[in-house]
Design a protein around this ligand. Sequence first.
Ligand SMILES: [Zn+2]
Length: 162
Amino acid sequence: MSERQEECCAIHPPIRCGPEKCSQCGMMGKPVKKITLGALLKAEKRNTIPTGQEEFCFCRNPDCAVVYFALGQILYFKEDLSQPIYQKERQSSSTPVCYCFGWTVGKIRQKMERGDGKRIVEQITGEVKRGNCYCEITNPQGSCCLGNVSQVIAELSPKKSD
Ligand SMILES: [Zn+2]
């Protein structure tokens, strides 16, 4: 279960989203709450979030421009969000990986070049334990970033997986 690292915080995202697959690319969506859309969309887009619905789907496919969708309806694209999206723009070093504590792809790389990679996860889990994690409203995926942070660290690490 590679998802275990995502279970770090008290926030429990919904487990299902309406239509489970993105109608643009066919990839399974990840459920997110309305509050995530409200927090991450550009201000001028907020009043277009469908009312009477609390859960939406997030498309994680790096090659798909769709970010949020619902009930057979594509709702929002990358350019509708106020933040770059890790899953879709991770080739840019300024893209956040941990949205709560400001770890971008570039900052993780720098830290790892100094041999301090382990400190990153320690710092994040420490903050989470202190209750300082707000991924529901900071992270476009609406849930904790640790799985993504671990993935970036693993990719930047030399072969062995200490
Ligand atoms: Zn998609």
